[in-house]
Each structure stands twice: as structure tokens, then as C-alpha cells.
Design a protein around this ligand. Structure first.
Ligand code: UFG
Length: 342
């Protein structure tokens, strides 16, 4: 059976992708240092799929520790690389941590893959590389803007590292960079989902924890933007739709169907929603009320961004399955399940 490494596989998106890969018949080797996730995620994956993935608790910045995985397992077909620090605000406060964690781990993985002749690599990138786009929706050809944060810069530099590698003489590696818009929601079983540590920075976990009563009130960061209701527009996409695109992209690499050694795809729903529209969708899909107030703008927020996802649809054969209501409803189901578990 084909084995695939999923770094950061106990994290939010990684765990959903691990489930999809197992359901497709892959053997999944998760590498995670559990710095921002919990070992119990493996139980969730096992409950959904009936299979426990292989697990290696390793910090990818430690190359020799990571090498053990490449020595231990045969028939590794490729890697999907999620492991990274991802809090935008924290990255401004601790830039070195972000450059080290996100780039050293990437470099170690690539070096080991070259050494062990494993060619297929998928990189978690972000729509943050587009900054505030001049033209909406954003295509993969839209210009890359100067990064707003060290976190965003690590994604840009990561893509550049991979691009340069494709140009190196004798390169055998093939890369897909997936630029995520705003993944939200949870698996329909509510057995895995997003579990931020500390006070969440992102909208959906802030909403669910406010409704649950763990947080007092959501602050909407500004309602004086030039948008239809004054709040910023984002492209929210169900984490399971994000996940299915990874499997398709990985199969494309395995089947040598890629036309370039580095391909880039936007993973967004193609629709933009304002913050107030998300609150409304949450309320109508769950029947719960969100206690919120309007506050000042948050530094660094772009006004509006959403994806043109045609390329992923046509080249990967990606089909989106979930609605905005599915996203908010599943996020709430997961939040409730988490409190039952505690
Ligand atoms: N928002 C609030 N209140 C909150 C949290 C968020 O009003 O308590 C608003 C934000 O101002 C923004 C929207 O909700 O308008 C979405 O904010 P998120 O923090 O959920 O998501 P972002 O779009 O800011 O950030 C996401 C990822 C980043 C990534 C970025 C790329 O979390 O990792 O998209 O644009 F870099």
C-alpha cells in the first residue's frame, strides 16, 4: 500500500486530510510535535476511518530525528506538509520563531525527500500571499504582495524555495502549493475539528466559544470598510472541501498528471462573505444567538478577498460539497462535542 507522510497531521486541516487519505486506501504517517495539537486527535481519526495512522512525535526542525521516519518506513510516495506555526499576531511578536519553525522544517523535509528520492510534495500555502488584491476574485496569476506579517512571509518564502528547487539541475521533485482562503467547519462526524489553544484569533472559533459561554462577547473588528455592510469580506470554505482537494492534488502528482513541476491552486469557495453574514449564517443554521459588538478595526486586516477557484475545479476535478450553513453548523456541532468530551 502507498504510504504518505502528513506533517502536522494532528492539526486542524491535517487531521481532515489524514482521514480522507486513509479512506482512499493510503497508509498515513503523521509527523507532529504536538506543539499546537493533541494526541487524542488520533483517536478521532481512528473512530472515523477504523484505522489508526502511524504517528511519530518529532520536531521537523530536528533533521536527524526526522530522518528516522524516512529510514523506518518503506514505500513512502510523498508528503503533505502542514506543520507550521500559524498565528499571524504571534508571528509579529516572535518573527524568529516563525522563520525558524516554518522554514527550517520545510528545508529539512525537502532535503530528506531529495536524499530518499521521494518526489511528491504538497505545500500548505495561503491566500495571504495576495495581500489586498487589486482585482477580485483572485486568480493564481494575481500578483504577490509584500507580506503583512512574518507568518505570511514564511508562506511566500516557502513557495519561492520550492520554485527554486524545481529549477535546480537534475531536480526530480514535483510540488503543489495550495493557497487556502479561510477554512472553517469540522468533520460531519464532529469527531475532529479546529481546536485553538488559548483565546482564538479566528472568527469561527471565537463565535462558537462565545455562544458556548466560554467567551463573553465577540468583537467585530470594524464596520466602516468599503463593503456591502461595512465588515470585511473573506472566502470561507469547509475544511472537508479543502481536504478533498489535497487528495486530488496528491493523486495528480502520483499519476504524473501534473503539467509543471510546481503547480499552484487557490482553495476557496469562490464566494465572499462579510463578518456579519457569517454571524447571520451561524445564527440561522444553529438557532443560537451570537452576542457581539462592533469594535475598532484590527491592524493588518485586508478589506476583501475571495478566490477564483476555476483552476482547481478544472485541473484537479475538485467539486465543492458543502454550503456556508454546513460550515457554521458543523463548527457548532464540533464545539458542543468538545465540551461533552471534557
Ligand atoms: N474577525 C472579527 N472578530 C474576531 C475575529 C475575526 O471581526 O474576533 C474578523 C476579521 O476582522 C476578518 C474575519 O473576521 O474580517 C476573518 O478573520 P480570521 O482571523 O478568522 O481570518 P483572517 O482572514 O484574518 O486570517 C486567515 C488565516 C490566516 C491567513 C489569512 C490570509 O487565519 O492564517 O486568513 O488572509 F494568513
Amino acid at each position: 500500500m502507498s504510504k504518505v507522510i502528513v506533517t502536522g497531521g494532528t492539526g486542524y486541516i491535517g487531521s481532515h486530510v489524514a482521514v480522507d487519505l486513509i479512506n482512499k486506501g493510503f497508509e498515513v504517517i503523521i509527523i507532529d510535535d504536538l506543539s499546537n495539537s493533541e494526541i487524542s486527535v488520533l483517536d478521532g481519526i481512528e473512530k472515523i476511518t477504523g484505522t489508526k495512522p502511524f504517528f511519530e512525535k518529532i520536531d521537523l526542525c530536528d533533521k536527524e530525528a526526522t530522518r528516522i521516519v524516512f529510514e523506518k518506513y518503506s514505500d513512502i510516495q510523498g508528503a503533505i506538509h502542514f506543520a507550521a506555526s500559524k498565528a499571524v499576531g504571534e508571528s509579529v511578536e516572535q518573527p524568529i520563531k516563525y522563520y525558524k519553525n516554518n522554514l527550517q522544517s520545510l528545508l529539512n523535509m525537502i532535503e530528506l525527500m531529495i536524499e530518499y528520492k521521494i518526489d511528491n510534495f504538497i505545500f500548505s500555502s495561503s491566500c495571504t500571499v495576495y495581500g489586498q488584491p487589486d482585482i477580485l476574485p483572485v486568480t493564481e496569476e494575481s500578483p504577490i504582495k509584500i507580506a503583512e506579517s512574518p507568518y505570511g512571509n514564511t508562506k511566500q518564502i516557502g513557495e519561492e524555495i520550492l520554485t527554486d528547487q524545481t529549477k535546480a539541475p537534475g531536480n526530480q521533485m514535483k510540488f503543489v502549493c495550495l493557497r487556502y482562503f479561510n477554512p472553517i467547519g469540522a468533520h460531519p462526524t464532529a469527531l475532529i475539528g479546529e481546536k485553538p489553544s488559548g483565546i482564538p484569533a479566528n472568527l469561527i472559533p471565537y463565535i462558537t466559544k462565545t455562544v458556548k459561554g466560554e467567551l463573553e462577547q465577540l468583537t467585530v473588528f470594524g464596520d466602516d470598510y468599503d463593503t456591502r455592510d461595512g465588515t470585511p469580506i473573506r472566502d470561507y470554505i469547509h475544511v472537508c472541501d479543502i481536504s478533498s482537494a489535497h487528495v486530488l492534488a496528491f493523486e495528480r502528482l502520483l499519476n504524473n498528471a501534473n503539467t509543471e513541476n510546481l503547480e499552484i491552486y487557490n482553495l476557496g469557495s469562490g464566494e465572499g462573505h462579510t463578518v456579519l453574514e457569517i454571524i447571520n449564517a451561524f445564527e440561522s443554521s444553529t438557532g443560537e444567538k451570537v452576542n457581539y459588538k462592533i469594535g475598532p478595526r484590527r491592524a493588518g486586516d485586508v478589506i476583501a478577498t475571495y478566490a477564483n477557484n476555476d483552476k482547481a475545479k478544472t485541473q484537479l476535478g475538485w467539486k465543492l460539497k458543502y454550503t456556508l450553513q454546513d460550515m457554521t453548523r458543523s463548527a457548532w456541532a464540533w464545539e458542543q462535542k468538545m465540551s461533552q468530551a471534557n
